[in-house]
Write a protein that binds this ligand. Structure first.
Ligand code: GDP
Length: 459
């Protein structure tokens, strides 16, 4: 990703047709672009101006609203111009081409993925955790995930992290001040209650970690592989599980929806279900493309968080079921579902055995479905705490974990009789650096490239 500050432009709305579509430009000074696009017109900042969008030869491309946000009072912190026209792919491409052409003398170019948000970050409009929340909100597949992303975007997560950083800095300052007066070291830990302060920081960090880890579930969800013989009731079970809770599945740029993958949700946690009914045996007469698709699907099966093996309770396991079980990847928990208990006469129940947990249920009669939901949530590690959750990313969890480890080492130093205060202070510094990396106070360019590179163009 280029780091230059030349003006940029892109279509900001999703590809496809829509009522309106927006072309957005950002740059330190967009006056030359505006003069070229709308000669003689003065755009009042933050006022919608209904205007003709014209080509260089004066012909009208579209009519719409021009909106100017003067920096620093804009999304990126620079001048931002939004042209809101009709949301057709061709007309928007024509409008974008016109903007690129009009801005060419000023060095205007097409924006890279995530570049608007990256500029917002570099201009201190958002911190890194908030910038990530923009992408998470756009990609959220359930209502709970969207709500948590909004929480993070509003700065709630960042604020909590800042409080932790502040507490760590305060303790560090106290310790470092003492280092200059070695004769006072001995009593320092007692007098200042440094151990007590450290314990408070550790307790708050643990709470944040819990909220973040639960929030990460809302983001990532659980990968579930559904296997079983034809007619055991896989589709019926999927419908019963989903109920009214079918996740809002949105097409995400760069991916096409997999035929064998379906997303439902339980308590807001997305369950990505891979239905192996879509996988035909490799020895059947299949073409190259399908073979690759099958290999890819099996690749996902290996990464599954849980295998749900469906059997017919009125039959018991068949030889084919034994083959299925033999193909299960090692180490992935298995939930064995005995369906159709209305026919077999079993009661709905959960049975725990060393190799698998079994659930007896009836997809058609909806008995035992709650038990299955509970088991899936248990495997996901879901605990309903009533606390607000942060839609954390793996990066955040890793940093929180690392910070916790440094605090543990600091506590160990504090507990030692020689009271190695310099080492204590150093561990606090390392913990602080880990916490700060979450909001991006000391982030490397590589990290920024990874984070913003995953955005779509126009964000
Ligand atoms: P799939 O091929 O595994 O997806 O199975 P389906 O969901 O299509 O179900 C196959 C048949 O079994 C259908 O006729 C369902 O109505 C029936 N079925 C599914 N679940 C139950 C159940 O719990 N009880 C009974 N009696 N029939 C069921």
């Amino acid at each position: 990703m280029k780091l230059d500050s030349s003006p940029i432009a892109a279509i900001a709305t999703a590809a496809g047709r829509g009522g309106i579509g927006v072309v957005r430009a950002s740059g330190k000074d967009l006056a030359p672009l505006i003069a070229a696009l709308f000669p003689g017109v003065v755009l009042r900042p933050r006022h919608a101006t209904f205007i003709d969008f014209t080509a260089a030869d004066g012909s009208v491309i579209d009519q719409g609203l021009a909106l100017l946000f003067k920096g620093p009072h804009s999304y990126t912190g620079e001048d931002v111009l939004e042209l809101q026209g009709h949301g057709g792919p061709v007309v928007l491409q024509m409008l974008l081409a016109r903007v690129l052409q009009a801005g060419e003398p000023a060095g205007l170019r097409l924006a890279e993925p995530g570049e608007f948000t990256r500029r917002a970050y570099l201009n201190d409009k958002l911190d890194l955790a908030q910038a990530e929340a923009v992408a998470d909100l756009i990609d959220a597949s359930t209502e709970a995930a969207a709500r948590s992303a909004t929480q993070s975007l509003s700065g709630a997560f960042s604020k909590t992290i800042h409080v932790l950083v502040e507490q760590t800095i305060n303790l560090r300052m106290l310790v470092e001040a003492t280092l200059d007066f070695p004769e006072e070291e001995i009593d320092f830990l007692e007098q200042s209650d440094a151990r007590g302060q450290l314990a408070v920081i550790v307790a708050s960090l643990d709470k944040v970690f819990q909220q973040a880890a639960q929030g990460a579930l809302l983001r990532e969800g659980l990968n579930v592989v559904l296997v079983g013989q034809p007619n055991v009731g896989k589709s019926s079970l999927l419908n019963a599980l989903a109920g009214a809770d079918i996740a809002i599945v949105t097409p995400i740029a760069g991916t096409t929806r997999d035929k064998v993958r379906e997303t439902i949700q339980i308590e807001g946690i997305p369950l990505h279900i891979i239905d192996t009914a879509g996988i035909r045996a490799a020895d059947e007469d299949i073409d190259q493309v399908e073979r690759i698709g099958i290999e890819r699907t099996w690749g996902e099966v290996v990464k599954a968080d849980v295998i749900v093996h469906l059997l017919d309770a009125s039959y018991g396991p068949t030889a084919a079921d034994e083959t299925i079980v033999a193909a299960f990847p090692r180490g992935v928990p298995v939930l064995r579902i005995w369906n159709k208990i209305d026919l077999s006469g079993h009661q709905s129940a959960v049975e725990v055995a060393p190799d698998a947990v079994s659930v007896y249920l009836s997809a058609n009669e909806h008995s035992g479905i709650d038990l299955l939901r509970e088991q899936l949530l248990r495997i996901a590690g879901w605990q309903q705490t009533g606390e607000s959750l942060y839609l954390a990313r793996e990066r955040h969890l890793i940093a929180l974990r690392a910070a916790r480890e440094h605090l543990d080492v600091a506590a160990a130093h504090a507990a030692r009789s020689d009271q190695s205060l310099d080492l204590f202070a150093e561990e606090l510094r390392l913990a602080q650096a880990q916490l700060s990396s979450i909001t991006g106070a000391f982030s490397s360019d590589d990290l920024l490239g990874v984070i913003f590179g995953r955005f779509c163009i126009g964000k």
